[in-house]
Design a protein around this ligand. Sequence first.
Ligand code: NAD
Ligand code: LMR
Length: 338
Amino acid sequence: LPPNLKMEEGCGLRRANCRAKGAAPGFKVAILGAAGGIGQPLAMLMKMNPLVSVLHLYDVINSPGVTADISHMDTGAVVRGFLGQAQLEDALTGMDLVIIPAGVPRKPGMTRDDLFNINAGIVKTLCEGIAKCCPNAIVNLISNPVNSTVPIAAEVFKKAGTYDPKRLLGVTKLDVVRANTFVAEVLGLDPRDVNVPVVGGHAGVTILPLLSQVKPPCSFTAKEIDYLTDRIQNGGTEVVEAKSGAGSATLSMAYAAVKFADACLRGLRGDAGIVECAFVASQVTELPFFASKVQLGRSGVEEVHPLGPLNEYERVGLEKAKKELAASIQKGVSFIRK
Ligand code: NAD
Ligand code: LMR
């Protein structure tokens, strides 16, 4: 490690000792893929989160620089950097929450599934590390294709004997963030006052916004429903095309990931009534994984909420979503079991 990193770590340890004398409690969080397009703003925002006492930044490139940079922020969390596979175990040991945005992003013309060949192996390796070093951590999995990487992670944990379905969550919060924004635009409301449940998965038709369950209660014309459903399902592609080969959503994703991670940490702390949409092990449909509203608590996912009443448009969408999801889930499972 470069000298500046060593020094930062030393200072961090002294500060961690001060905390032990009765300062604010906090959680230990690792970001894997911390030097990437999502990883960097996510690391910055997590450094600002008062629930975080220790922040580990792991990547296979550039993590020393990102760590040095972020460590100068005068917030409470102690930051430590870890570079390359040889330091993965140190990065993970003792963590309460592990957030994974590691992996390649889409370019125009690609589907999320086109990322499978590279990202499946990355997620497998990182989850093997988690199983070994912090098997009780909550895992927030961002790497695409989420519909397959979550089943991959589950299979890795099963193989290691550490699988707890309550602790593995695929991050679909960006779909909710987008849905809130686009619905608020149509209704002429402040997006902060809007809450749209988005269920299913995180790719194309598997992203199923439940516009009949928007809070505050409202109604849409058929044209608005078509427009909103299409825009929410293709929000990722809209950004990929606008970035013209320079990657996919990073800033809105970091924002969504931090909101989601914060909800997980508040759940771990014991706060009541925390409900978020996430792609988790589920019995809500016949599929083994499905995104829906889940209640977060001290053990992770404490309750998976049913979908609630769907209208005919949503029932048709659900059947389409389930068909694609089943194949994506099976692809992930087979990758490990093969
Ligand atoms: P990026 O290429 O900018 O960053 C990815 C980072 O992962 C890089 O720093 C890279 O070095 C690192 N990495 C690669 N292999 C690694 C390994 N084995 N261990 C640790 N780190 C490794 O990409 P990005 O824009 O940050 O996107 C990352 C992933 O997140 C992509 O798969 C993308 O599709 C996905 N994504 C998901 C959502 C979602 O809603 N779930 C939203 C946006 C992007
Ligand atoms: C998104 O929804 O923005 C991400 O899944 C990235 C992508 O490839 O669209």
